[in-house]
Structure formats: structure tokens, C-alpha cells
Design a protein around this ligand. Structure first.
Ligand code: GRF
Length: 192
């Protein structure tokens, strides 16, 4: 049987994307076939090229309807899309083209600390300001709204009152790296 084909969408460093490249490098069921980005200087491009994975850059205008992107995804026979630090809203047409086949990770325990403007350090600063004793990650399906798709998994980590927002970010990123590829592998394998 042919492998399930996954594309990663990322806008920045791509440390999560890197974990996917490593995790699935020799997988018998699942293959990372491409990276899509809106940022031609994203570090993820270089990370992907080290694994011989091609990257495709589309500027913001293309993401408004997603038409050309959907066309290329279909040409690449992509089955699933993983958002890993992708900063633009996924257009409705693309969500419709991949129902329950687009995944995202949010660096907090949704529904808290989600929604528009809640990305990067904003999230961890808000968690710190709210004096939370735990944070963590939420892996969820993507729908047309930010951070509102059905939740697949949440993993927590504890926060000390002395932790800075930067320290919280570090703890959460570690939980992302340890869990994101593993959880997606489980979901995709279930469909095989
Ligand atoms: C991660 O914290 C992820 O949760 C968020 O964006 C960040 C991406 O980091 N959506 P990286 O590019 O994978 O290093």
C-alpha cells in the first residue's frame, strides 16, 4: 500500500517541522513530501532541504483564496497537512479541500489563551500574567477560525511562579517537540 503523504506549512524557524522530518524519515506508512511557506526567508526551508524535502513559497496574496496552493497540493497527492508555526489563516477553500485532514498545534491549553493575536510570546506572556500553574499544548483539527477546531490531544507541563514567559515558552516547546509528530502519526495511522 502506498504511504500517506503529508505536507508541512510553516512560516518561521521550523523546529517542529524538523521533528517531523526526523520522526518520519524512515517511516513505512507516512512520508513528509513538501513544505509550504509564506515567508521566503523562513529557516524551515533550509531545514527541509537537508532532508531533501522541497519547499514552496507563496506570498500572502496566494493564501487569500488558496487556489494555486490547493492545485499544487493535489498534484503532489498530499493526504494531510500539518501546520507548524504557520502564521496566516488557512483559506476556507483549503479547509474544505482537506476536511479533518489539517492539523495545528497551539502552545497553550485551549480554549484558554487562544484566538486572534494569541501566537508566539503573546501566549506565554498571557499565561504568566494569569499566574497559571500549568500550561502545555493543544493539537487540534483546523477549521475556518483560529484555534477553534476539534481538539485531538492536550499535554500539560507545570509552571513555577518564578518562571518567566521565556521559560514557559521553552518548557512548552519541549512538550511540542516530544508530542506533535507522535500524535499525528497515531491519527494518520488510524486511517490506514
Ligand atoms: C510553536 O510554538 C507552535 O506552537 C506555534 O508556533 C511555534 C512554532 O515554532 N504555532 P517552530 O517554528 O516550530 O520552531
Amino acid at each position: 500500500m502506498s504511504k500517506k503523504r503529508v505536507s508541512i506549512f510553516a512560516s518561521g524557524s521550523g523546529s517542529n517541522a524538523q521533528k517531523f522530518f526526523e520522526f518520519f524519515e524512515k517511516d513505512k506508512d507516512i512520508e513528509i513530501v513538501s513544505v509550504f511557506t509564506n515567508n521566503k526567508s523562513a529557516k524551515v526551508i533550509e531545514r527541509a532541504s537537508r532532508f531533501d524535502i522541497p519547499s514552496f513559497v507563496y506570498n500572502r496574496t496566494y493564501w487569500e483564496t488558496g487556489e494555486s496552493i490547493i492545485e499544487l497540493l493535489k498534484k503532489q497527492n498530499v493526504d494531510y497537512i500539518v501546520l507548524a508555526g504557520f502564521m496566516l489563516l488557512i483559506p476556507e477553500q483549503l479547509v474544505e479541500a482537506y476536511p479533518d485532514r489539517i492539523f495545528n498545534i497551539h502552545p497553550a491549553l485551549l480554549p484558554k489563551f487562544g484566538g486572534q493575536g494569541m501566537y508566539g510570546m503573546n501566549v506565554h506572556k498571557a499565561v504568566k500574567a494569569a499566574q497559571e500553574t500549568e500550561s502545555g499544548i493543544t493539537i487540534h483539527y483546523v477549521n475556518e477560525n483560529y484555534d477553534e477546531g476539534k481538539i485531538i490531544a492536550q499535554v500539560k507541563c507545570s509552571i513555577l511562579s518564578t518562571d518567566s514567559a521565556e521559560e514557559i515558552a521553552k518548557k512548552v516547546l519541549k512538550v511540542e517537540h516530544e508530542n506533535y509528530p507522535k500524535v499525528i502519526a497515531e491519527v494518520v495511522r488510524k486511517s490506514i
